[in-house]
Each structure stands twice: as structure tokens, then as C-alpha cells.
Design a protein around this ligand. Sequence first.
Ligand code: C5P
Length: 338
Amino acid sequence: LVSRPAVARPAPRLPACARRGVKEAARCAAMSAEWREGGATVIEGADFIEVGPRTRGRPAVSHTYDDHRMAMCLSLAAFNPVAGGHAPLRILDPRCVAKTFPDYFEALFRVATAAPADVPVITIDGPTASGKGTLAAAVAAALGWQLLDSGALYRATGLAAQWDGLSPDDEAAVAQRAARLDLRFEGGRSWLRGHDVTEDLRLESTGLLASRVSAHPAVRSALHGLQLAFRRAPGLVADGRDMGTVVFPGAPLKVFLTASPAERAERRHKQLISKGISASIADLRADLEARDERDRSRSVAPLKPAEDALLLDNSQLGIDESVQQALAWWQPRGPFRG
Ligand code: C5P
């Protein structure tokens, strides 16, 4: 939770603690301790605690004692005007809100918005079938952050163009579809113009279509704003081809993920076989190398590592090892370094 700049307001007084018995008193003591740890001034009375604004401009970590009320109370720091966005507060075990309000933090982040520049971003770029999507989803889940699968936006644009009978080479008409992309992600499924396209988006043929429409500068700029809009609190993991070079050039951690073409073709083959789709490894390898070549050689936003990207070759790594590496790279760059 990232605090905003200071505005003077009366300090809130939490309701009577003493009258409510031992359990409540313990909770009030815990609340005071955590707020103090978080840099707030706390005055404890016989039957109240008064919490002043967080004044210490450093990141803080607060415990919730497996108590949903603690988590919700501490989360009010999101509205607390302190330290110009440089004193984030990490609330541990936020899922304890499940008891009464499972999507409390999602609801909170819909109303308490942070300035995009204050929201940290990790970019994960790389060639086709390098495992970017899997790595990005796992890192986002580990940090509790938003996820942007930018390839899905290009894939959906390709599909929308196909539905409308357009040639993928018709730059202006395809860009117009991209600008009005009616795409929603909900409960792990993707909806384009109200149709469930989860499976269609993952097809090889849709990937090839995406690679053709994505070479048009007008299509790329039509999707630019949509990608930026994913930068919401508490953070974003974005995967694609140009996340670190073009869309989020200031991201504090950029990962460029690679694996040998043989390994990538093998993985794609396993994926398809598990879905009951037969394919030849040689054909898959030829397709993915052709797609990489088109992505690398286009004039706008070509596939290449950002200058400050860290390279991760995961040919010999399992998913967990890659996730641990990315998180280890993030640790010294994020606000909670301790
Ligand atoms: O990552 P994914 O395979 O879903 O991407 C499909 C295609 O979309 C890629 O081959 C690439 O041409 C294009 N793309 C892109 N820029 C991105 C993400 C994907 O050009 N940021």
C-alpha cells in the first residue's frame, strides 16, 4: 500500500477497547504496536487508541495476527497521506480477510489508486515458448501483483481482425480494431466481444496471426495505452517482447528469458500433446523460429533484451528455480530489502 502526500486531517479514534474485555484489549495493543512499527504516532487511552499519520518515510511491514480486522484496519494506510509515495506498507498474510470479505484488497485497490509512477513493474520479455507467461504468472502470484500478458492483446487483435474478414496486412483497419478491443479477463478466462476466446487465443494459428498484426506501428501504438493501464497497485508483472524496451522502460527489474530453440519446441510439443493435439517437433521448431525472426527483424519494437535487462536462460531450469531467481533479483530492488 503506497501512501500519498500529506493533507492535515483529524486523527481517527478507534472505538472503545477497554470496555470489550481481554481479547479486544489484546487486539488494541497489537494494533498500536503495528501502527507504531509502520511509522504512525499512536496515543493509547483507557478506552481508545488515536492513530496519527505515518510520519516515518520508510517502508514498513505489518503483521495481521491472522485477524481480518487487523488487516482491514492497517489497510487504511492506503488512504493515509504520507511521505510522497515512498513509504509503502506491506501487510503480511492479507488473505486472512477471507473470513468476512475475500476480495477486500481487490475492492480496496479499485478505490485507492496509486500514481502509476509509484507502482513497481517487473518486465519479463523473451522469444516464443520461452516460458515467459508461466514465469510472469508465478512471480505475480508470489508478490500478489497484477499480471499483463501483452501477447494476449496482440492475439485478440488478430482474432478480431479475422472475425471481421480483414487482411492482417491492412494496417489502418487492424489498428482500428486494436483501438476498440472489447477484451475482458475474468476468473482465468478471456472474453472478446462477449465470446469466450480462452482456447482460441492460445492456438498456434492465433500466435502467427498476432505476430503479423504486431509488426504494424499503428497497431502497436493503438495498444500502448491499454498496456499502461495495467500498472495498478500494488505492482505489475508484464510479459511480452517490448515490455522492458518500449512500454515500461523505467521498470526497476527487467528479465529477458531465453531457452534453446530445441528446448522450446520440445516444451510446446508437450503442451500440445497434453491437450490431445498432435504436432511434429520439427514443424513446431520451424514455426517458432520463423515467428522469432519476424519479431526480431521488424522495424518497431523488435524483440531484443533491454540494455539493463538481466538474462535468464531457463533451458536447464525448472519453473520453481526460474521463479526463485526472479524473486531473488527483485528483493534488493524492491522497497522491502530487509
Ligand atoms: O507472447 P505471445 O506468443 O502470446 O505473443 C504472440 C505474438 O504477439 C508474438 O509472436 C509477437 O509477435 C507479438 N507480441 C508483440 N509484443 C508483445 C507481445 C507479443 O509483438 N509485447
